[in-house]
Design a protein around this ligand. Sequence first.
Ligand SMILES: Cc1cc2nc3c(=O)[nH]c(=O)nc-3n(C[C@H](O)[C@H](O)[C@H](O)COP(=O)(O)O)c2cc1C
Length: 225
Amino acid sequence: MLREIVGEAMRAPNTGNMQTYSVVYSRKGEARKALEALHFNQPASTGADLLLTVCADFNHFTRWCRLSDADPGYDNFLSFTSAMTDAVILAQQIVTAAELRGLGTCYLGTVTYNAPEIAALLELPELVVPVACLAIGWPADDGVESERLDVDAILFEDHYPQLSDDEIRKNYEAKDLYGPNEKFIKENGKQTLAQVFAEIRYPRSTNEPISDKLLAYLKTARFLK
Ligand SMILES: Cc1cc2nc3c(=O)[nH]c(=O)nc-3n(C[C@H](O)[C@H](O)[C@H](O)COP(=O)(O)O)c2cc1C
């Protein structure tokens, strides 16, 4: 079923049809346990039947170019962004193909936090960078539908509007007033939902060092000079 799902997902559009992506799957055993640890043992990582690490991969294309007497110029940031875009589109198509079969999926953003460690564990060569991880399994229940901004908060005609502070506040009411989020604020001892995001879940104090770590890793992976 995994081969079928990934095969269907590969029909997705991709840059120049170069197909600069690859997928490493982990089912069980020591390697899987080590991967879970690099995802901080999140329940979605330990509970899922399968973890898929989707990589931006210019390695195999670069090698094919060299073998075909062509000069590959893909060790740069532009090539990383194009391979990352294609890999993420592939990942989302995998989500769609899996969910159409009744499977449940969850992205693990920790793939970016620990990208160099995950790359070492999966023995990724240069020009191969993990950009998405999907936990996949048969869902235990139907789950709960979470809130979204109103479509008018993000869909604009012809130009980007100059929104007033009140309009921004109003747009975010969908999140501020969503019941489970109020619980979230209380549990974290904060006054607003934005504080939970900016001060606890995704604070500057972790964003900046992780960002630096990622930039350093992209150099090792040869996508940055
Ligand atoms: C790039 C990305 C990274 C994510 N990382 C995590 C994660 O590390 N752990 C987790 O439980 N959910 C993760 N999610 C799931 C989101 O939290 C979830 O999609 C969002 O809260 C909306 O909920 P819904 O998809 O159930 O509507 C991630 C989603 C994306 C797209």
